[in-house]
Design a protein around this ligand. Structure first.
Ligand code: ATP
Length: 332
């Protein structure tokens, strides 16, 4: 049996996941930063949080998996995209472990982790993927060796939209789940800017407008209207990409995939096309958000595909790196 340890540190979460080569999840330990400021996640604060909790999260993951560090065969870490200082904490820990125990190391793309974990656990073969989180809002399909982007946000992500609006209401991070609960109490739709350009979406006008209305309207009606508008835009572009790619499955991945209204809206659209929709449900729902398991899975997939491990002096981190820059050898 091969054991893989994955380290996640791109933004708010420091996570360590351990899996075996049959993809049993042996542990999923995490510590999530609750940002103290009013401007979102401060990169320095995230790095400080990660360096403070890293050893305990690592030990918790090993303990839950009933393994020792010397039992780990492969180390993987999130190389990006994310906050530079936060990424460096995960990368430094991963390099240290790989060096001390002389193990292969794989720096992997965080967004690709969301995609592959969700596709794998929903048993989908060749889906259109709607990746919606704090760092990503994109529609992807696998084509000629990579997950290609068929539509995306041209400015902020849908997760940012909800978190920023929530901050304006005085709600702490993460704002998305609270906005979802508030939206259930909304009764009246307030017209907000709907901005779709081809297969792409633009959310900043929607955020500015909704934020400007906070003192004028009922906050539940506003949360409802914000969600309905943002998700209608995502359904429109997903439907267009679905028709263009002719896929028979849609997979929703990332933190915002936990939102039931989004899932139901995509499902209604997909049913019109006879297409199946999947996301992580039940106990697996916690894996929609950032975690070390998705990073460990990529480490295993690269290893099994025969990809050589990365030389330690080339294990860089990248604040910006797109999913479609990554080769996906296990799907070729
Ligand atoms: P990325 O993973 O792309 O780097 P991230 O680290 O912010 O971004 P995740 O942990 O996958 O992403 O997701 C967090 C985001 O998901 C936050 O913006 C949060 O508000 C949002 N979110 C979580 N649950 C819900 C929900 N039920 N409804 C709407 N948004 C949600």
């Amino acid at each position: 049996m091969v054991y893989v340890l994955g380290i996640e540190s791109t933004a708010h979460t420091f996570g360590v996941g351990i899996i075996d080569s049959k993809f049993n999840i042996l542990s999923d330990a995490r510590s999530v930063l609750r940002p103290s400021g009013t401007l979102g996640i401060d990169p320095g604060e995230a790095a400080e949080h990660h360096s403070r909790v890293a050893v305990n999260v690592l030990l918790e993951a090993l303990d839950k998996a009933n393994l020792k560090l010397k039992d780990i065969d492969i180390v993987a870490f999130s190389k990006g995209p994310g906050l530079g200082p936060a990424l460096r904490i995960g990368a430094t820990l991963a390099r240290g472990l790989a060096f001390k125990y002389n193990k292969p190391i794989y720096p992997v793309h965080h967004g690709l982790g969301h995609i592959e974990l969700t596709v794998h656990l929903t048993n989908m073969k060749d889906p259109l993927v709607l990746l919606v989180s704090g760092g990503h809002t994109a529609i992807l399909a696998f084509n000629e060796g990579r997950w290609r982007i068929y539509g995306e946000t041209l400015d902020i992500t849908v997760g940012n939209l909800f978190d920023s609006f929530a901050r304006r209401l005085g709600i702490g991070f993460p704002g998305g789940p609270v906005i979802e609960r508030m939206a259930l109490k909304g009764k009246r739709y307030i017209e907000l800017p709907y901005n779709v350009k081809g297969n792409n979406v633009v959310f900043s006008g929607l955020l500015t407008h909704a934020t400007d209305l906070v003192d004028k309207y009922n906050k539940y009606d506003l949360a409802y209207s914000l969600q309905e508008t943002a998700f209608s835009m995502l359904v429109e572009v997903t439907e267009r990409a679905l028709i263009q790619t002719d896929k028979k499955e849609i997979c929703i991945a990332g933190g915002v995939a936990s939102n039931n209204r989004l899932f139901n809206m995509i499902k209604t659209m997909a049913e019109d096309h006879g297409v199946k929709v999947g996301r992580l449900e039940g106990d697996l729902r916690r894996l929609n958000g950032d975690n070390g398991v998705q990073i460990a899975l990529l480490g295993l997939l690269y290893y099994e595909a025969g990809t050589p491990a990365t030389d330690l002096d080339k294990t860089f981190v990248y604040q910006r790196i797109r999913v479609d820059e990554e080769d996906v050898p296990w799907r070729m």
